[in-house]
Design a protein around this ligand. Sequence first.
Ligand SMILES: Cc1ncc(COP(=O)(O)O)c(C=O)c1O
Length: 398
Amino acid sequence: MHYAKISERLGGLGSDKWAVHLKARAMKRAGAPVLELTIGEPDIAPDPVLAETVIAALAGGRTGYSNGRGEAPLLDALSKRYSARTGRAIGHEHIVCFPGTQTALFAVMLTLVEAGDGVLVGDPLYATYEGLIRATGAEMVPVPLAPGDGFHMRAEMLEQAVTPNSRVLLLNSPHNPTGAVLSADEIAGIGEVCRRHDLWIVADEVYEELIFGNAFASPLDDAGLAECTIAVSSISKSHAAPGFRSGWAVGPAEFCLRLLPVAETMLFGNQPFIADATAAAIERPSGVSSTLRASLKRRAERLVDALSGAPGIACFMPEAGMFAFVDVRATGIDGESFALGLLEAEKVAVMPGSSFGNGAGGFIRISLTVPEETIAEAARRIRRYAQGLAGAGKAASA
Ligand SMILES: Cc1ncc(COP(=O)(O)O)c(C=O)c1O
């Protein structure tokens, strides 16, 4: 039978990236006492206003078809939020709602690029980005992010990667997997390169509310970049509600007019009861995000502390998000071998860096979405595993 080329382009980019996680789940099902620190699922209950509003909305009959852009109460709430954030009037014409950031990114990419185009993206990168880009037929062009720069994108590195085919920079701050948070100055420098080369900036801001110290900055909030920026986000992280599948894209009105038919063709509208709940949730500060932020920060500090001095391991404090990105290069093995070996020997599941781009092969990503005691126990086992490697003579230095 015939298949479209998209199925080949995406081959190996889906569940293959999560092979260690899936193996850990299979071991758990078979009864093994595996500590799972792989995916970034918030481990607290969603903001209660979500369920309350969904129940009321369902009882109130909010179950019909929606329009393609989004329900009016949600568009109002997003208008208010982004107008306050950017200091400019962001109206309904600047917004399109989606079931989550992932779908929003997919539709945005489909609207902006196709075969023959290039999409620049920092490497390491979030595991689904390669698929998002390849699905359109465009080429992914990595911009190296250096551990020595704290994985912050440097404008010079972006400039070097630009080609005549470049159309879009897919920018992620706060960043998964590294936790890097770009400053307004860094974004201005990156934006200057984008403007000069006539590039769109697609800004994935799903971790906006999970920053531990520095202030959040966005190209959307920079008046000089707003015309070339599309910001995407959702309630998945901020309200601990990934299963609600509720997100949005915010960008120039003309772009949104072109995005709309793509969204309508994919979705034929969103769910009104989910839209009502999302509107209710984002109209007030999220108590969930402040609780989550505080516990993620505490867990990250605990992990950094517990891994300090472990042979061959360098664990730095992330600036934001749900993960610690840990350098295991000095153990003498790569991140994938480390993750697989750790799972076998110590029953601790972490993600190999190789799931997050070529620039991440010497790293592992440890999820912080588990209780502090689990972090402490995982750190003890990781340290023991690293000591074993050092004892076997694999570590470059102890
Ligand atoms: C960087 C990044 N973007 C997008 C997503 C997907 O978010 P959503 O649940 O809103 O689709 C995730 C989820 O982990 C993520 O880490």
